[in-house]
Design a protein around this ligand. Sequence first.
Ligand SMILES: C[S@@+](CC[C@H](N)C(=O)[O-])C[C@H]1O[C@@H](n2cnc3c(N)ncnc32)[C@H](O)[C@@H]1O
Length: 329
Amino acid sequence: MIPWREAWQHALYGPGGFYRRPEGPAGHFTTATHGSLGPAFAEGVAALAAREGVCRVVDLACGRGELLAHLRRLGVDLELTGVDVVDRPASLPADVHWLRSPGGPDLPDELADLDDTLIVANEWLDVIPCTIAQVDDEGVGRVVLVDATTGEESLGDPIPEDDARWVAQWWPSAVAGERVEIGSTRDRAFAELVSRVRSGVVLAIDYGHTRAQRPTEGTLAAYREGVPTLPVPDGSCDLTVHVALDSLGADELTTQRDALRDVGLVAAPVPHDLASRDPSAYLEALARRSAVGALTDPRGLGGFGWALTRRGQGAVPRRAPRHTADSGA
Ligand SMILES: C[S@@+](CC[C@H](N)C(=O)[O-])C[C@H]1O[C@@H](n2cnc3c(N)ncnc32)[C@H](O)[C@@H]1O
């Protein structure tokens, strides 16, 4: 048996790893960039880019570039780059740049010295492998080990000192049986991503928790072809753990609901008479309204955290937000 973090890294990003498969994430689950949600989400990202005054968007962990294709369709004047662990998908608009990345916490060397750039990382941090620990009967936090072919678990050594420091600060736990998903790999990865930007904004969007509402039973989950499945690190399924959002050290932490409203993405009512005047515009407006509703639903995607850090050039938004978000994620 080996630590979950090691098995997980190999299962998702090793040779033949789950995220190297041709179908990409959209073959297994839905995110804000997929299907009918994608165009409205892209509108929100474009509005954020305008507010921050950037001229390029890098979509880090972009799947097969779904968000970038939607941004291009919007006709916004932004240089676009996608980064993921596979070669450039042939279906991407010709002027979208592409970088191939190692995967997990590691980033490509070419992603460096970025100016006037918004980096968006939607659902990246939750697929960065982290150490999973469990408190034993004596109250000691131990590394959880896993059999990579069956998913069977056992408890290994006490967690190493640097992880223990993270736990003491962010997720103290001494109750036997409790799981702690140690966020230090995500914190370091987020800091590394921020360090690649000279001026601009880094935005990580994910499901997660803050100290006030940590889970106690662990959030490790797996998906395959749209169905939740047993987490086995054999390369056959996605593996994901919620993100400790507050330990990332971002400048701002808010909910997707508040953040999208801040940039002006609202589900405006659709006038009924549009149905007879312009039926296809009516249907389009209804679809957009329903997408914005889903993206901002506090019980779903609207409850996702937006962790945002600005770099350089005064590190303040160049245009004032329409109103101030009032809740943490
Ligand atoms: C949950 S999917 C999200 C995909 C996309 N952002 C979306 O919202 O639809 C996670 C993606 O992160 C990618 N990924 C993980 N680590 C990465 C890294 N270090 N660099 C680039 N992509 C990475 C995976 O290959 C996968 O496509």
